[in-house]
Design a protein around this ligand. Structure first.
Ligand code: ANZ
Ligand code: ZN
Length: 827
């Protein structure tokens, strides 16, 4: 017969879907909606296997939900601002604009060759003025609400190229391009106050039941909320106080020394003119060359020096030495700590090294501890000792008591600290969204009036990789007039972090053509939130946190109701080859286009979805690809064999009352497959086992064909059609072709998802184990309601049993355990 010519078939149906606008969606209040979204790609040039995987996963969900009767939104677009476009400009003298749009055109073609069910009408590209106009609009709203502000902050500066470097351009402390040692330089930069939403971002994890726990945990650690007390320690001989942040005020009686971060302003004050000055300043300048991570990493040794100064413990009036050390950071808390070596491991290690006092103030209820014999810090809860008014309390009670006492006596204040910092969004880059601010000598920073948006990115720019922000060199861009007073003024020349662009794109999809507003609230409220978001675990923190922050802000603006953007999150695993992530540098890349050319998109998709559950890493396997291809061939052949007969069949004529045994088995297989595939797709998102169930159905069909004395063509029609329907989300082209060959005029993707019948799942035979003298010798299949006498007779009639009932043996007893076993005692 005709074999499966995937090249022509796949192209034909892709064209058909496009012409018929099969996947274009409109708001429909009468239908339940489902919004499936995969993280949009950066248009780097070509699709890689990771893309194929994530987009195949999303496509299965979208197609399945559509067949289940949902009005499905499944859009696609481009995260198209960013550094690689500028690098291409420098290295190959291509304008970032044309580089980006060429890549978009190319990758769009590649996505289409995978047969993905996108509503391309809603396509967005973050580098398009129609899109970034609204990114700028959001910036202005944040500015209005005091959630965008400008402040000095350090950047990586390459003295060789005389330019600011992104973190990823700094390699081992040197410039990626010229290898010059990178310096820190302070620039006034824009920040978003994400910290204002820290608590809400934490609390609303509660709404995210269907997110992986590990993602929520990572976000939690990133936000890093700590409740504690800021305690003021008077400084001996100075009219000043040293403030420290501690989460363990209950251990204040155990503080035996204080530590300042090297950058702490008190360091100079305490040491200037003293004999310690030189040693301390040498230490400080050595530390300033290392970044926070290097200073505090587990491997780097704790080091410190004495400042010569003393603080007074406000609870004991004791004088305790003040040191400077590498393990305390200026960027957290107050940049200073009280050290309690008996109960903090970092302090313990440091105290051991420098022979400082270790004083136990918490111990387990049934054990006495001493600082002299302690081998590591005791960090668990326990009973307070050696602590005046706190003695005998447990740690929690002591926390509350001392915190209240300190507040009442003006010794300290309860504080909540966050590890999370405000979001630095300024980039000294060309290929990004211009920040819509104008600087006027008279009026200061003035927001660009909304009706003047977008502030367009000029195209005539020289990108050399040298000098300040490229936009600063474009006079026609920079020079403008003040919106307030009309005098000459200058535009901001920084652009925004590309994470800003991707923090709200899911909302724009709901109304991407809107020229009047960021989106129509009615549409956003109909579609949001995203029911299923699919993407890489590498975005577990930043992108997902920023998107959640923007959603909350937009919700507070009153233009959308949703508080959370993504209802369910699926973090897909990586695509590996030979045990390693596919990457150019490892030379282990398999090109998706080659696989599509050689095997077809359906095979590529099916392999990806079958080889591993979506959340797990997937090992590329050429044999697996061939296996997927053979399976599709099997479906093709068995359908082809019956096509002419099935075409004539009306499934309503299927009689199920008088099916014989093999018919019943096939009938049961059909419904079992429906049940398993539906549950795997709906709840568990286990596409690999869903595909196995379809394979089992096809096997049953072949088995039936080989065994049936007389073929029940209605039943075969049911099995074939069901298999095609179940397979259609995974392999959309071949199923569309087979469906049309069966004489159907409407797309397989517009069919209703089949439903299983509970009664069809019942196995109407049970297996009874036959034992002779307690040993299993045989099994028989019987009706579940068989009479005991009938069962005995049947068992005795079995050949294997007869073999044991030789002339010299006698059956002395028959024991029947209903529905399970028959034991024959023979002597
Ligand atoms: C005394 C103490 C006793 C502490 C004890 C801990 C255990 P989290 O939970 O991460 O907020 N700390 C405070 N500021 C610091 C800084 N700038 N650099 C390094 N360490 C700093 O941690 C808070 C604890 O980390 C604080 O509580 C402080 O040590 C330390 F048995 O104070 B603790
Ligand atoms: Zn002005």
């Amino acid at each position: 017969g005709d074999s499966y010519d995937f090249t022509n078939i796949e192209e034909k149906w892709q064209q058909y879907w496009e012409e018929e606008q099969l996947f274009e969606t409109e708001l429909d209040p009468d239908k339940p909606k489902h919004y499936t979204l995969e993280m949009f790609p950066y248009p780097s040039g070509n699709l890689h296997m990771g893309h194929v995987r994530v987009y195949s996963i999303g496509d299965v969900i979208a197609r399945f939900k559509r067949m289940q009767g949902y009005n499905v939104l499944h859009p696609m677009g481009w995260d198209s601002f960013g550094l690689p476009a500028e690098n291409a400009a420098i290295e190959r003298d291509i304008h970032p604009n044309s580089w980006t749009w060429d890549n978009i055109a190319n990758m769009k073609k590649q996505l289409k060759s995978l047969g993905l069910s996108y509503d391309w009408n809603r396509e967005v590209a973050t580098c398009h003025p129609d899109y970034y106009k609204w990114t700028q609009w959001l910036f202005l709203q944040l500015y209005k609400e005091d959630l965008a502000y400008k402040q000095e902050s350090a950047v990586n500066w390459c003295p060789g190229c005389e330019t600011v470097l992104a973190n990823e351009q700094v390699v081992n402390g040197g410039c990626e391009r010229c290898d010059t040692e990178v310096e820190e330089k302070n620039l006034a930069q824009w920040f978003f106050k994400i910290t204002e939403y820290a608590d809400e971002l934490l609390e609303d994890h509660e709404l995210l039941d269907d997110w992986p726990d590990r993602v929520k945990t990572m976000q939690q650690n990133w936000i890093g909320r700590s409740e504690g007390v800021e305690i003021k320690f008077p400084i001996d001989g100075l009219d000043e106080e040293l403030e420290v942040f501690t989460t363990r005020p209950d251990t204040v009686y155990g503080a035996t020394y204080m530590v300042l971060a090297p950058e702490h302003p008190l360091v100079e004050e305490l040491t200037s003119g003293t004999e310690q000055e030189e040693e301390v300043m040498d230490f400080v300048s050595e530390m300033k060359e290392k970044d926070d991570e290097e200073r505090t990493s587990q491997e780097s040794e704790k080091r410190g020096v004495f400042t010569g100064g003393y603080a007074v413990n406000p609870m004991t009036e004791e004088r305790i030495p003040i040191l400077v050390a590498n393990y305390v950071l200026m960027s957290y808390g107050t940049g200073a700590i009280m050290a309690v070596p008996a109960h903090d491991q970092r302090d313990f290690d440091f105290a051991k090294k420098y022979d400082l006092d270790i004083r136990v103030v918490v111990q387990p209820e049934d054990e006495e501890m001493s600082g002299d014999t302690l081998e590591e810090a005791y960090t668990d809860d326990g009973v307070i000792v050696n602590s005046g008014m706190l003695n005998g309390l447990d740690t929690d009670e002591a926390f509350d008591k001392i915190a209240d006492y300190m507040e009442e006596n003006n010794i300290g204040n309860k504080e909540i600290n966050y590890r999370l910092r405000d979001w630095l969004v300024s980039r000294q880059r060309y290929w990004g969204t211009p920040i819509p601010i104008i600087y006027c000598d008279e009026c200061g920073a003035v927001p660009v009036p909304e009706e003047e948006l977008p502030v367009e990115l000029p195209t005539d720019v020289e990108i050399t990789g040298h000098g300040q922000s490229p936009l600063a060199q474009v006079d026609e861009f920079v020079n403008t007039t003040c919106p307030e007073c009309g005098k000459a003024a200058q535009r901001e020349t920084d652009t925004m972090d590309t994470f800003v662009d991707s923090s709200w794109y899911f909302l724009r999809y709901t109304d991407s053509g809107n020229e009047e507003e960021i989106f129509d609230s009615k549409k956003a409220n109909y579609w949001m939130n995203v029911d299923q978001y699919v993407g890489g675990i590498e975005h577990a923190i930043l992108h997902l946190l920023y998107a959640r922050f923007f959603m909350k802000f937009i919700s507070d603006l009153g233009i959308a109701d949703a508080k959370e953007p993504f209802e369910r999150l699926l973090a897909q695993g990586m695509v590996l080859k030979d045990g390693a992530k596919m990457s150019k540098s490892k030379g282990n890349v398999v090109d998706p286009l080659e696989i599509i050319d050689n095997y077809g998109a359906d095979t590529a998709r099916l392999f990806m979805l079958f080889a591993a559950p979506p959340q797990k890493d997937l090992e590329w396997d050429d044999e697996g690809v061939k296996g997927a291809s053979r399976f599709l061939d099997r479906v093709w052949r068995v359908t082809a064999e019956y096509t002419d007969q099935i075409k004539e069949i009306d499934l309503d004529n299927l009689q199920i009352d008088n099916l014989d045994k093999s018919e019943k088995e096939l009938y049961r297989s059909v419904h079992l497959a429906i049940k398993d595939v539906t549950e795997d797709l709906d709840n568990r998102k286990q596409f690999n086992t869903a595909i196995s169930s379809i394979m089992e159905l096809i096997n049953s069909l072949y088995q039936y064909r080989d065994q049936a004395a007389e073929e029940n063509i209605e039943l075969i029609a049911l099995a074939v059609k069901t298999a095609i329907l179940l397979l259609s989300p995974f392999a959309p082209h071949i199923t569309e072709e087979l469906w049309s060959k069966l004489g159907q005029s409407e797309s397989v993707h517009c069919q209703e998802w089949p439903e299983y019948k509970e009664e069809a799942l019942k196995k109407d035979e049970i297996t009874i184990v036959v034992q002779i003298n307690g040993n299993v010798r045989d099994r028989v299949e019987v009706a579940p309601n068989i009479e005991e006498e009938e069962l005995k007779e049947l068992v005795l009639a079995q050949d294997k049993v007869q073999d044991y009932l030789t002339e010299d043996k006698e059956l002395v007893k028959t024991i029947v355990v209903p529905k399970k076993l028959v034991n024959l005692v023979i002597q």
